[in-house]
Design a protein around this ligand. Structure first.
Ligand SMILES: C[S@@+](CC[C@H](N)C(=O)[O-])C[C@H]1O[C@@H](n2cnc3c(N)ncnc32)[C@H](O)[C@@H]1O
Length: 403
């Protein structure tokens, strides 16, 4: 995880440092004193006396001067419990903050968070927190809260980054751009998936055949890795943003985008982040979102797809490619990893695969219409993908976000 940047928002610190009645249980901070009693009564239920004896606890944002990311680098794997109570809504970089908190935890340690929710109907948060608590009841200092910084409980997905998956992909750094090596399937898949995406987004045949059919189309590639597909889309004119939680692969993708003039003139923007974080800033923004060969590496698939869709404009399209969850795909993956050496050994975990039907159900639940699914097969010795009538090995799926 990158520790660049800071979680401190100077404006928030200035507002908070003006508070002088922290220890007056009837004053401006009485809501925090009340919250203490509530958490204490929960702890009491489990153990009669001193329920937290011998546990090392870090309270992040306990008062002025505590920078969580500094603590994270000085005290990795130290604490049993990390608490961030009424803090998240004041930090500048929520992802960095939460991941830094987690870095201080021992394996098996727990993080507890309390914070104001950013409800779907933002006026409810606004009414309760700003109008009622700040203006009428004067429980909070006026102007202390900025509802634009509130987060939903989904934010905990930022803690859901699967380090094991990211480490597995980090190992691929040196082989990603070898077109006949362990990433051969991704390179040759470009010959099928780039035209598939063009056909899905462009209806006019004369534009499809032009050199830059995707000109001006804003496309997000989620899980872009070293940039094989992002570059393929940039070459045909798309304005590509590629995101990936693996810093090493994002660095590689950035570096590689200087090599070919066609890409260097229209470089994708690469960011090391998760879709959960990206979707907070880029709602209803992209013409297309691509998750190609990624869904089988994701921990929380419902949330992942939901957030992908959030970033799409109404009428925008999502494209997914992945191995199906069938016995035949399990055998093919085994052969690919161990015999044909066309994928990194152990990179796939069959238990995490999904069927096109399961993906379609999630997409439809999230206001999308599935337009088509197609079967794909890879022929190792000739390194070619072919469209086929059956979907039991690999599949490609296209869906539209409804207006
Ligand atoms: C097989 S590579 C595919 C790369 C690229 N999409 C392509 O097809 O050329 C899978 C990528 O998914 C990324 N990944 C793993 N877990 C992810 C997650 N939860 N969210 C987004 N990307 C993830 C990995 O870091 C890796 O770069």
């Amino acid at each position: 995880m990158s520790n660049k940047g800071t979680t401190v928002d100077d404006g928030e610190i200035a507002k908070l440092s003006e508070i002088i009645d922290w220890w007056d249980p009837t004053g401006g901070k009485k809501i925090l004193h009340g919250l203490n009693k509530f958490s204490f009564s929960l702890a009491q239920k489990e153990n009669a006396s001193k329920p937290l004896a011998n546990l090392k606890i870090l309270d992040v944002g306990c008062g002025p001067g505590l920078l969580s990311e500094e603590y994270a680098s000085k005290y990795p794997n130290k604490y049993d419990i990390v608490i961030a109570s009424e803090v998240v809504e004041h930090v500048a970089n929520v992802e960095l903050f939460l991941n830094s908190c987690v870095d201080t935890l021992k394996p098996g340690g727990k993080i507890f968070i309390t914070t104001a929710n950013r409800t779907r109907l933002s006026f409810i948060s606004h009414f309760i927190v700003i109008f009622l608590f700040e203006e009428v009841l004067r429980i909070f200092k006026k102007g202390l809260h900025d509802i634009k910084k509130f987060v939903t409980p989904d934010v905990t997905a930022m803690l859901n980054k699967n380090e094991e998956e990211i480490n597995k992909h980090k190992m691929l750094k040196d082989v990603v751009w070898d077109p006949h090596g362990r990433c051969v399937t991704l390179h040759s898949l470009n010959h099928r998936r780039v035209p598939y995406i063009i056909n899905g987004l462009i209806s006019k045949p004369e534009i499809r055949k032009s050199p830059h059919p995707l000109a001006d189309k804003k496309i997000l590639e989620v899980g872009c890795g070293g940039g094989i597909l992002s570059e393929g889309l940039a070459k045909v004119g798309a304005v590509v943003t590629g995101i990936d939680p693996c810093q090493e692969l994002v660095d590689l993708a950035k570096e590689h985008s200087n090599i070919y003039p066609k890409v260097a003139e229209n470089k994708p923007t690469y960011l090391c982040t998760t879709i959960e974080v990206h979707a907070q800033k880029y709602r209803d923004y992209y013409d297309a979102v691509i998750a190609s060969e990624v869904i089988m590496h994701v921990a929380n698939k419902d949330l992942f797809l939901k957030q992908c869709i959030e970033t799409l404009k109404p009428g925008g399209k999502i494209f997914i490619t992945a191995p199906n969850k069938t016995i035949t795909s399990k055998i093919e993956i085994f052969m690919l990893e161990n015999v044909f050496k066309g994928a990194a050994k152990g990179i796939h975990d069959y238990e995490k695969f999904m069927t096109p039907h399961e993906i379609s159900r999630i997409l439809e639940k999230n206001n999308c219409t599935v337009n088509n699914t197609h079967g794909l097969v890879f022929y190792p010795y000739v390194e070619i993908w072919q469209w086929v009538f059956f979907q039991s090995l690999w599949f490609a799926l296209e869906a539209t976000k409804n207006d």
